[in-house]
Design a protein around this ligand. Structure first.
Ligand SMILES: N[C@@H](CCSC[C@H]1O[C@@H](n2cnc3c(=O)[nH]cnc32)[C@H](O)[C@@H]1O)C(=O)O
Ligand SMILES: [Zn+2]
Length: 436
């Protein structure tokens, strides 16, 4: 087993079921690229490792486009509250006591949870991101990491956030790990000044990196923005240059049709976070149908573990499909195939990690599901089982860029990761002098 995880050779996944129901071999070379799929794949490489694909369904690894990974330490710390109260009374006071070690422990726990539920890449915004990068580096996933930029209209705070953003981008460049990228993370229109937003846009352009922002999460965000600036949040972000083809906008719940058109024109990727939105009762579902109509990117995210409270994108796919139907009153909206595409190709395109499909030339970012699991029985339409019946527990094996991160539900070192995260979470709450 240790050989399986440490090896860096070529891999053959033999006789695996694909999403269309056929059986194929998948050949992966030493660089972690899929070099052949089908009957002829076996001959394409001299495989160092052979993974038995019988009773396994191969899907592209899932991509989570909105997380605060280290908030895994805050899972269950404060639930059932109003968004503003939850942030200002519980989360932000606790976060004031966070250390870099906490972010490292929490991000490792989050990576473990994502691997165990078939996710290979994520888009994160938080503090101490150099420590998050170290965790991702070790755990073997792909991530785009942004320092959450919040200036609250104060010039001295803006300077601090600018320095922190610049330092993270330098740090990630120095890691020289192609799996880890930096982005600029202006938190939102209600926490960042116009000068801050404009600086973020300019810096992202200069560095040729993405932007990760919260957009139109609540009705209050929209009414406050209209009162303060006389325009809606997406138009304000656009004035500051924050809407680009490399922007991921999380939530997008309260966008009107003109804002959806604008996101489409700018080629922005919207991250739908249905579990967080329902839990915090933001009271409107992202208008997927308008965003799709106007050509914006559609992707899926979980948000942090204290508003979800897990990172399982299988559950998120189901919530997305159900919420769209319920909120917009049509059972034909967001069918299984479309939500599966959001969680795979849509997310991969947004983060630039590949096509998000199993194809020759694509990176071997692959999850293998158990076809004999109850949730996959019977298996008439794989996308339906995946979206409506399964959760992450159906995932048996995960590869990221051809590296085996989990095999038959074993992830190396997981007991230590869990123990250290639990200890860090309890010590944090104790330091903050509040038992939650
Ligand atoms: N430099 C910032 C750090 C911001 S990290 C990103 C922030 O987003 C917060 N956050 C998490 N979930 C949500 C959400 O749903 N809406 C808005 N903010 C959130 C999270 O708790 C964290 O404080 C500072 O000095 O405060
Ligand atoms: Zn968030």
């Amino acid at each position: 087993m240790n050989d399986t995880f440490s090896a860096r050779g070529s891999i053959l996944i033999a006789g695996v079921t694909t999403i269309d129901g056929s059986t194929a071999d998948i050949a992966i070379d030493e660089t972690g690229t899929i070099v052949a799929i089908g009957d002829d794949a076996r001959g394409a490489i001299d495989a160092d490792i052979i993974i038995d694909g019988s009773e396994r369904l191969a899907i592209p690894g899932l991509v989570n486009t909105h997380t605060h990974a280290a908030m895994s330490l805050l899972r269950g710390y404060a639930d059932d509250m109003l968004l503003q109260d939850w942030l200002s009374q519980k989360i932000w006071p606790l976060e004031a006591h966070l250390s870099g070690d906490d972010v490292y422990a929490g991000t490792r726990l989050a990576c473990l949870e994502m691997i165990r539920s078939g996710t290979v890449a994520f888009n994160d915004m938080y503090f101490f991101m150099d420590r998050a990068a170290a965790a991702v580096d070790e755990m073997g996933l792909k991530a785009t990491l942004a320092y959450g930029f919040i200036d609250l209209g104060m010039e001295d705070k803006r300077e601090t956030e600018i320095r922190a953003t610049e330092a993270l981008v330098r740090r990630i460049a120095s890691l020289n790990n192609p799996r880890i990228r930096a982005a600029v993370g202006p938190h939102s229109v209600y926490t960042v000044s116009l000068a801050g937003l404009s600086w973020c846009a300019g810096f992202a352009k200069e560095q040729n990196i993405g932007i990760h922002v919260h957009l139109s999460e609540t009705g209050k965000e929209v009414t406050d923005c209209l009162a303060q600036y006389g325009k809606r949040p997406a138009h304000l972000l656009d004035d500051c240059g924050c809407l680009t083809t490399r922007t991921v906008a999380a939530h997008c719940c309260w966008l009107d049709e003109s804002e959806c058109r604008l996101l489409g024109q700018r080629g922005v990727h919207a991250s739908h976070n249905p579990a967080s939105n329902m839990k915090l009762a933001v009271n409107r579902a992202m208008p997927c149908h308008w965003l799709k109509q106007y050509g914006a990117g559609l992707t899926l995210g979980t948000d942090g573990c204290s508003s979800n409270n897990n990172l399982d994108l299988f559950e998120e796919m189901k919530f997305a499909a159900l919420l769209q139907k319920f909120a917009w009153n049509s059972p034909t909206l967001l069918p299984a195939g479309e939500v599966f595409t959001m969680a795979t190709a849509g997310g991969a395109r947004a983060l630039g990690t590949g096509p998000g499909t199993l194809a020759v030339g694509a990176p071997a970012d692959i999850a293998l599901l158990d076809t004999r699991a109850v949730c996959n029985t019977p298996l008439f339409h794989a996308d339906s089982n995946i979206v409506y019946a399964c959760n992450g527990g159906a995932v048996r094996t995960v590869l990221c860029q051809g590296r085996i991160l989990m095999h038959e539900r074993e992830v190396p070192g997981e007991e230590e990761i869990i123990r250290e995260a639990a200890a860090a979470a309890h010590a944090l709450v104790e330091r903050a002098g509040d038992e939650g």
